[in-house]
Design a protein around this ligand. Sequence first.
Ligand code: GDP
Ligand code: IMO
Ligand code: MG
Length: 416
Amino acid sequence: MQQLLESLGPVTAVIGAQWGDEGKGKAIDLLAEHFDVIARACGGANAGHTIVVQGKKHVFHLLPAGSLHENKTVFLGSGMVIHLPTLLEEIETLRQAGVDIVPRLRLSEGAHIVFDYHKDIDGVTEERRAKATGGKIGTTKRGIGPAYTDKAARTGMRLGDLKSFGASSAALRKELGWRAKLANAQFGVFIDTKKEEQHLLQAWELLRDRIVPMRTILDDLDKKKRILIEGAQATLLDLDHGTYPFVTSSFTTAAGAMQGLGLPPRALTSCIGVAKAYCTRVGEGIFPTEVEGETGDRLRERGGEYGATTGRPRRCGWLALDDLDYAARLNGCTHWNITKLDVLDEEAEIPVGVATENGKATFEKLSGWKSPTRGMRDFATLPAKAQEFIRFIEGRTKVPVALIGTGPGREEMIIR
Ligand code: GDP
Ligand code: IMO
Ligand code: MG
């Protein structure tokens, strides 16, 4: 670990290299102990990060997966969109697990608020799209797109705004009122302003002292704090660089994370790209290495590939090295964390996508290792064919594999 930490330096981003759910949460949880500030930069409760600590499962949507570690500052950055009732629920779930996160929580006043009506608009837009085109994006219906739409249109509300009218219901009602009319005119959704107001006041009561100036994270940087950045969603879901329109509405790359947090790009000292040893996707959109039928089902069952946020079965397929290469170059990955190696333990043959043309993948076939790797912690003990598989990824992407996941548990990781 010490050697890895030295190579990471003080500001590390953990970024998904595929279509999400690569296991970013687990890497964050494992590394958090060695950092001072754990920061989420963008996205909202569309994320679902599952970790397993001493056999107990914890799922995070808005708070970073490193939140269980005592004494760590947890920062939710300006690039995020936050549904406050969901945040309160997550805080309460943690409290029941014996962790009081509130005193060490910092919420950037620049983060935007997701209202319930954003979720309604998300649903209405999907329905209208489906009616007109027969297809959907397959969003998580967490109101992410509509909240970022409001942000870009400058009709959004930020956490910092609560400071100016948090104490005054009348001012709050006025602010909610005109937004409600606008959303109703545009999308026909009904907005329960009373309920929204209640949500805001509840959150204000608990979190009023936790809303901080945007530049707080810059002060941390000046104080030489070690900052661990939890990416949410993933490279191929990036609004600019992903598989548009089947993407999320935020900037999910390392550059997006620095923008979302309000940190200078050159402060980043390393970027860990996280990729499964195979590949999954939830929602619609291209997936050239997708495998359906028996093989897809086998990967899904072995990998437990069901969404942590929506419970949807994830589409499954093989690793696409050209995508990993793209993610490595786009994010400036310095290290890989290849996760879920153990899921391939029973495969006789492992196809790996090496190129894509006209939406079709070309595969090279590697031999499987057909023996258990679950829980292994030492690279040398991995079967020779599994070592070859890892070296194959390194050779093609020119990025070293520093971490290898061999199970969902915190300890089930090889650190090289
Ligand atoms: P994230 O969104 O990138 O944090 O990933 P998710 O938490 O949505 O999905 C990853 C799933 O795989 C979770 O259920 C993890 O507990 C599990 N997981 C993570 N790493 C490993 C691994 O190395 N092996 C196995 N078998 N499961 C893993
Ligand atoms: P984590 O952080 C996997 C996908 C949705 C849909 C598209 C747009 O757990 O890796 P949205 O609700 O964001 O408007 O949906 O993006 N998506 C994710 N897929 N993991 C995620 O997060 C995702 N967040 C969004 O399935 O295809
Ligand atoms: Mg996830």
